[in-house]
Design a protein around this ligand. Structure first.
Ligand code: NI
Length: 194
């Protein structure tokens, strides 16, 4: 595998990472896989810390590396019950996911109002399969498998879509299911995600 990590981008958190928005071509790339050696490197370990910081600061519950301009297959996910932005969330463990593979276990679909830090101000009602098996490497470059269902299944599919060039707006059945979040308050109190 070629060297893929642009060192200059990963060097420091002193400069704040910018969250890229819909229209930026980096969000449309298939991100590169990360080797075990790279996962264990100082640069990537620092990047993981930076991703948590960026996500927390933005009030999100998941973040994919391409969203901060780094086109590698890395995403972090953590649901927080203490979140002000989301109602009725249960705490999840912290997931650090490299090189994921998704396998649908139950293809029956469930819908949630999704949001995205890369699509600020909007929400879309997206229906996705309700149960999946995710195989990935964790931050120690160990092979992991997790079964996800309900809202967590949607969060995983949303975040991992970012690693393959997709955004939730691509998953809408209809543009009628896309609204400004100010208006969403009038429609529903369903869970949303960022
Ligand atoms: Ni997103």
């Amino acid at each position: 595998m070629p060297k893929i990590v642009p060192i200059k981008i990963l060097k420091t958190m002193k400069e704040e990472y910018e969250i890229l928005k819909l229209g930026n071509p980096i969000l449309r790339r298939t991100a590169k896989e990360v080797s075990k050696e790279e996962i264990l490197s100082e640069n990537i370990q620092n990047l993981i810390d930076d991703m948590w910081n960026v996500m927390e600061k933005a009030g999100g519950i998941g973040l994919a590396a391409p969203q901060i301009g780094i086109s590698i297959q890395l995403a972090v996910i953590k649901l927080e019950s203490s979140s002000d932005r989301y109602e009725n969330l249960e705490d999840s463990e912290e997931f650090i996911i490299f090189n994921p593979e998704l396998e649908v276990i139950n293809s029956e679909k469930q819908g949630f109002w999704e949001g995205c830090l890369s699509v600020p101000g909007l929400r879309g009602y997206v229906k996705r399969p309700k149960k999946l098996k995710i195989s990935y490497l964790n931050e120690k470059a160990e092979k992991k498998e997790v079964i996800v269902e309900d809202f967590l299944a949607t969060v995983f599919q949303h975040e991992l879509d970012h690693l393959f060039g997709y955004l939730y707006v691509d998953r809408l059945d209809s543009t009628k299911d896309l609204v400004f979040e100010d208006e969403l308050v009038n429609i529903t109190k369903d869970k949303i995600l960022d």
